[in-house]
Design a protein around this ligand. Structure first.
Ligand SMILES: [Fe+2]
Ligand SMILES: [Fe+2]
Length: 175
């Protein structure tokens, strides 16, 4: 990733952090020792890396990063929530994440698609419409497996930097 690409990634993170509840995701575990916040940042980072690898001009990178950062914006700890708002967590959390994200942001159609369909093929009727939505279905599964089997996850400077930016906005985020 070039310096320009890193800056682009952090710019989007910073903008989103200002007006979101992303920092609250730090309090929820996603898999193993990884918080939901770290997972979301890592998914966004790896999605962007894949887009660069496959040809950045082919992708709406800003929307891909934003959608990925918000893909698990369901805002509860699924390990302790037997009855989440929209039904069984694995199937329903993309809908909850989309509802929450829609409250805090004006999402583009592509961002909404990324969030709502990221669990495909588990949610078999939600077929990804955009190539950005396809990338996240793959990256999300890869990251989830990595988190389950690794103890100390994501020691990647850019990911940690993004995490710091979001946590710094903890008390000042305006929604
Ligand atoms: Fe998810
Ligand atoms: Fe995820």
């Amino acid at each position: 990733m070039t310096d320009t690409q890193k800056k682009r990634f952090l710019k989007i993170v910073t903008e989103l952090a200002r007006t979101s509840r992303l920092s609250s995701q730090a309090g929820y575990t996603q898999h193993g020792n990884t918080s939901c916040l770290l997972h979301s940042i890592a998914v966004a980072y790896h999605c962007y890396k894949w887009a660069i690898k496959l040809g950045e001009h082919r992708f709406a990178s800003d929307e891909l990063i934003r959608g990925a950062l918000l893909h698990d914006y369901f805002l509860y700890d699924w390990h302790y929530n037997a009855f989440p708002p929209n039904g069984l967590h694995g199937f329903s959390h993309p809908l909850t994440a989309w509802q929450n994200a829609s409250k805090d942001f004006k999402l583009t159609e592509r961002e909404a698609d990324i969030i709502r369909k990221h669990m495909f093929p588990l949610t078999i009727t939600k077929i990804p419409k955009y190539r950005e939505s396809v990338i996240i279905t793959l990256v999300d599964k890869y990251c989830s497996l990595y988190e389950v089997f690794s103890r100390n996850t994501y020691n990647i400077p850019l990911i940690r930097q993004a995490e710091k930016i979001i946590l710094k906005n903890k008390d000042t985020a305006v929604i």
